[in-house]
Ligand binder design. Structure first.
Ligand SMILES: *Cc1c(COP(=O)(O)O)cnc(C)c1O
Length: 225
């Protein structure tokens, strides 16, 4: 794919996001985080050249390789995968912009402790398993509010910004929509939250309709390459 073709492809995605957000209202702004796990540094650089700045990685080792190789670019790195406790130090040393995937009190406490030791803070989203799927990480919706408040009071080095969820893995739109609506209802109750991270390549328009203001797009952006 030439760089022009890539730009045109990116433009069609942005148009789709634009239409979806305007259906919510004129002031509903949606951020794109490019989930770059499928690609290497050249593809990230190419998307950067078109104007994309925020990239998300699922694995700390992969993020490190890409952060190191692209350190001269003003990129915003988001950690979106499940974080193993033994990778916390390495993640913190990369100074990511935000972590989306706080999925247990244990992890929150461990991250907070290492951040405190380093004299750092980190923007964080708490993940909710609003699809009620065993294969998914995150707090159950019923325990989410209480856990969010607890992390907020016990982990001062985590700057809580909002909520993240992965839509239900299902062919039925209604079921995916339900999981997004659960996430949105929780988001609306959070004090001072500004980020509602939900929506991926297959369901981002529905997620935006349900109130998402950050979509994590991977295959749609990169899989055609
Ligand atoms: C891979 C990934 C995405 C992007 O998924 P696509 O369906 O490829 O757009 C979003 N969020 C998380 C947590 C991911 O791991």
């Amino acid at each position: 794919m030439t760089s022009l073709e890539q730009k045109l492809h990116f433009d069609t995605i942005i148009e789709r996001i634009e239409k979806a957000r305007l259906r919510v209202n004129d002031h509903h702004i949606v951020k794109i985080v490019a989930a770059s796990k499928y690609v290497g540094i050249e593809e990230i650089q190419a998307l950067y050249n078109i104007g994309q700045r925020a990239f998300g990685e699922n694995k700390v080792q992969d993020m490190k390789a890409k952060v190191d190789a692209l350190e001269d670019l003003p990129l915003e790195w988001h950690f979106i995968g499940t974080l193993q406790k033994n990778k916390i130090n390495q993640l913190i040393s990369l100074n990511p912009y935000m972590i989306h995937s706080i999925d247990s009190l244990d992890l929150a406490h461990a991250l907070n402790e290492r951040l405190m030791r380093e004299g750092k803070t980190l923007r964080a989203l708490v993940q909710v398993n609003s699809a009620y799927e065993e294969s998914k990480s995150g707090f159950h919706p019923d325990e989410f509010m209480q856990s969010y408040a607890q992390i907020g009071s016990e982990c001062p080095n985590l700057q809580l910004m909002g909520i993240m969820s992965i839509g239900a893995h299902n062919d039925e739109t209604k079921i995916i929509q339900k999981s997004f609506e659960i996430t949105r209802a929780l988001y609306d109750q959070l004090p001072h939250a500004t980020v509602c991270s939900m929506g991926m390549s297959g369901d981002f328009e529905l997620a935006i309709a349900c109130g998402s203001n950050l979509v994590r797009l991977g295959s749609l952006l990169f899989k055609h390459i």
